[in-house]
Design a protein around this ligand. Structure first.
Ligand code: F6R
Length: 605
């Protein structure tokens, strides 16, 4: 989604802004731009290509400036064309970059038109630019504070006025904005990643905050327009997160980081203690009688997988809902239910809105399973389970998914223990399995060369089916999603038992059928499903636990996984599917870390 960076300094900040944009590219964008104050004039460059193109334009013009803002845009209002790219101007004086959507922009635009303002873009952002200009009397901070009072919707903005060099203002509501404090220079951005350096001092702005950056410091006004002090956090540099190292893409790097990410996520799990989730968790866990999980996309699939664990280990009824559906349907609230929002970014608009909706319905017990501690979702919930996946740059989620699974497994065992379904020896068994998981994952990652060979065959297909059963069905869904997202091959996932109720009609020699075959209680049933496909000439690509004794045969291609890993098996089985999607996409030459039309953090509805 869109990304923002702004800076004031006593040095040329244009390279800083461009570098920041480069670090925001992973979020997905279709145009970009930069504006700086140069000798009392506002100068601007925009591109509907990549940040590298913008950089070239700047090199050609040899632009230098000490006050500036920059943006990567993911179009919502107005096509991704140059004149809609941000920064957007009002009267060549006010320049603004904006993330989010202004819901009342049509009303505001009509009012401004009546006052004689002309609109040259199709964006909702131009309304904010004109609004600030209309309120500007030489004090930008005051004009921005007045303007945001009229905005409805979700936004983060950065603004400068060419009359006030060394001053950038920002505001946030429903979209993140952070400030990095420097020595006689200050910065703001939508993501700490855009502001790399050594260990840095950051302020995470709160909902409704308006900020003014000058060389000497920052002033922050809260939603009631009172000046406030916000806590300063030390954030370690993201150096290695934004370096590719020996990998071709961030997605590949992040797939291989999974053993470490899982190890980091379970580092605090010595016992399955409710305190892990917050100081009030013990009371909450004793009060609840069910769980309601809300999430989108890959995070939704981690919720679906966890449902199997929560109902089998903790025997607690668990409902999993797609956030964008839940928020708009009539549901029956249960105040004794714990609402769990799963979100890597913690900023996904639908998940956030679903969480707020649940609270409005009277759900007071809430938990976040989240990878970003400073995120809106993590702040809004009373309990938290933080994953330690580190920064995920690739748009297709990988290590965030497996760390969510680990966090949810720990929750299932903790609840199982409290509810008397997990005794000490079972606890010790689960702990041992969790601790061994990183090394089991390494042996799955070692299968990469075999998967590359399959990927070559997949690269010329246009459709694929994924089959799984039980808790591996959500893993089949995730495998199909990964393939769709980055290779653009159409893929569908089914619980294997559903085949003969419809999808079997699609099976021909041209249809690869990827099958997850763990050595679990459903193996005999799955083998029967495999025969159904073989009998119709389908080509099966089976990831089989080594103890299943499924072997290569005509129409049956097998990659042998390690021995069955019990309840944690879904975490092992998703990894070859990630690698299959990744290498198929490599063979098709797609833009893997920035797949078309997709964005990393979906902060608009
Ligand atoms: C797919 C993917 C998305 C996200 C979804 C939710 O690879 O990454 O489906 O899982 O947009 O994002 P978060 O977890 O940030 O709420």
């Amino acid at each position: 989604m869109c990304g923002i960076i702004g800076a004031v300094a006593q040095r040329n900040i244009v390279p800083v802004l461009i570098d920041g944009l480069r670090h925001l590219e992973y979020r997905g964008y279709d145009s970009c731009g930069v504006a700086a104050i140069v000798g009392g004039t506002a100068w601007c460059a925009r591109s509907v290509s990549r940040v590298a193109d913008l950089e070239q334009q700047i090199q050609n013009t040899q632009l230098v400036g000490e006050t500036g803002i920059a943006h990567t845009r993911w179009a919502t209002h107005g096509a991704p064309v140059t004149h809609n790219a941000h920064p957007i101007f009002s009267h060549d004086t006010i320049a603004i970059v904006h993330n989010g959507i202004i819901e009342n922009y049509e009303n505001l635009r009509e009012g401004l038109r009546t006052d004689g303002y002309q609109f040259v873009t199709q964006t909702d952002t131009e309304v904010i630019a004109h609004l600030i200009y209309s309120l500007y009397r030489g004090d930008l901070f005051s004009a921005v504070r007045e303007a945001v009072k009229q905005l409805h919707g979700a936004y983060a903005i950065a603004v400068f006025s060419k009359d006030q060099p060394h001053r950038v203002c920002g505001a946030r509501a429903g979209s993140p904005l952070v400030v990095r404090l420097g020595q006689q220079e200050n910065f703001l951005a939508s993501d700490t990643l855009a502001l790399t350096g050594s260990t840095d001092r950051f302020i995470f702005l709160e909902e409704g905050d308006v900020v003014e950056l000058t060389l000497d410091g920052v002033r922050i006004a809260d939603r009631y327009c009172s000046l406030v002090q916000r806590k300063i956090h030390m954030v370690k540099a993201h150096g290695s997160a934004v370096e590719l190292g020996p990998y071709r893409h961030f997605m590949q790097k992040e797939i291989f980081e999974q053993p470490q990410a899982i190890s980091d996520t379970i580092a605090q799990t010595d016992a399955f203690d409710p305190e892990l989730f917050g100081s009030t968790a013990s009371d909450v866990f004793n009060e609840i009688n069910s769980l309601l999980i809300l999430a989108c996309g890959t995070s939704y699939y981690s919720g679906l997988t966890a449902k199997y664990w929560l109902e089998s280990i903790a025997k607690i009824p668990t409902q999993v809902e797609i956030a964008s559906e839940y928020r708009y349907r009539d549901s029956v609230p249960n105040s004794a239910s714990l609402v769990i929002a799963i979100s890597q970014s913690g900023e996904t608009a639908d998940t956030l809105a679903a969480l707020k909706h649940a609270r409005a319905l009277g759900h007071s017990h809430t938990m976040a399973v989240c990878n970003v501690v400073s995120s809106t979702i993590a702040k809004l919930t009373t309990l938290r389970s933080m994953t330690h996946a580190g920064t995920e740059i690739g748009v297709a989620s990988t290590k965030a998914f497996t760390t969510q699974l680990v966090a949810l497994f720990v929750l299932a065992v903790t609840l199982g223990r409290l509810r008397g379904h997990v005794d000490a020896s079972l606890q010790a068994h689960y702990l041992k399995q969790l601790r061994h998981l990183p090394s089991a994952l390494n042996s799955v990652l070692a299968l990469e060369p075999h998967i590359i060979a399959w990927a070559e065959e997949f690269s010329c297909k246009e459709n694929a089916l994924f089959l799984g059963r039980g808790m591996h069905y959500p893993i089949a869904l995730e495998g199909a999603l990964k393939l769709k997202e980055i290779s653009y091959i159409h893929a569908e996932a089914y619980p294997a038992g559903e085949l003969k109720h419809g999808p079997l009609a699609l099976v021909t020699e041209a249809m690869p059928v990827v099958t997850i075959a763990p050595n679990d209680t459903l193996l005999a049933k799955l083998k029967a499903n495999i025969q159904e496909v073989r009998a119709r000439g389908g080509q099966l690509y089976v990831f089989a636990d080594t103890d299943t004794r499924i072997v290569n045969n005509e129409g049956l291609h097998v990659i042998r996984m390690p021995e069955h890993y019990g309840l944690l098996s879904p975490i092992l089985h998703v990894v070859p599917l990630q690698l299959l999607a990744y290498h198929t996409a490599c063979a098709r030459g797609t833009d893997i870390d920035k797949p078309r039309n997709l964005a990393k953090s979906v902060t608009v509805e």
